[in-house]
Design a protein around this ligand. Structure first.
Ligand SMILES: C[S@@+](CC[C@H](N)C(=O)[O-])C[C@H]1O[C@@H](n2cnc3c(N)ncnc32)[C@H](O)[C@@H]1O
Length: 212
């Protein structure tokens, strides 16, 4: 997936399609990061969430792994120079993650960029870098609510397949795969008639299972 060409437009395309719903989803549980020390942010995009996270988690250091140079430039411009942020322009799937022990992971509209096989592998590698009791903030799409959500998701995949070369063509089973690595959901909120989900998950090493 190469979003460089879209990066400057990304925010406006999002507002046109979804209004502020995705922003509400990203920001829903950011306060849970308040006590975090080391945060891994995957596929941050243009820095809107990072800017808020820096203010909320005032004692935390952030490692941002992002393939798009343009997105990193936008994020840098937004958050300014901060010794609490390190940007890694790299493919999270194809390279080692920067540190060994994070107490928080943030993925907003990122896990949907992968096929089921890719995501299973990626999550396994992320889990390997989590401290016991780490939290995971996740927002993403779900087609659970029914035909209207499936239609939106279909349109979005076709759009990103065409404009960015995204290989994945359908939503992977995000909930199931997070559960497989031992992430247990503790909070959930929905936006946009249920098709956007925000979750807080807690890492329980060696144990799977989502709350009902
Ligand atoms: C759909 S955008 C979401 C951006 C932002 N997090 C948001 O909430 O809108 C996915 C982001 O993940 C990045 N990305 C996609 N695949 C990646 C990978 N394998 N490794 C690192 N970043 C990746 C893209 O460059 C893009 O910025």
């Amino acid at each position: 997936m190469d979003v460089d060409r879209l990066a400057g437009w990304y925010r406006w395309i999002e507002y046109l399609a979804f209004g502020r719903a995705l922003e509400r989803a990203r920001f829903a549980f950011l306060n849970r990061l308040a006590g975090a020390r080391r945060v891994l942010v995957l596929g941050e995009g243009d820095g809107r969430a990072l800017q808020r996270m820096l203010a909320i988690a005032a004692g935390a250091r952030f490692d941002v792994v992002e393939t798009s140079g343009e997105m990193i430039a936008l994020a840098r411009a937004r958050v300014g120079d901060s010794e609490r942020v390190r940007f890694f322009r790299q493919d999270a799937l194809a390279s080692a993650l920067p540190e060994k022990s994070y107490d928080a992971v943030v993925t907003f509209f990122f896990l949907d960029c992968f096929t089921e096989g890719e995501l299973r592998e990626l999550l396994r590698r992320i889990a390997d870098r989590l401290a016991p009791g780490a939290i995971w903030l996740m927002s993403d799409f779900t087609s659970e609510p029914g035909w209207h959500a499936r239609a939106w998701v279909w349109v979005m995949y076709r759009f990103f397949n065409l404009t960015t070369g995204l290989r994945a063509r359908a939503l992977p089973p995000i909930e199931m795969l997070l559960s497989e690595i031992g992430m247990r959901r503790t909070d959930v909120r929905h936006e946009r008639w249920g098709m956007v989900v925000s979750e807080v998950l807690l890492y329980q090493r060696g144990g799977g299972g989502m709350l009902p």
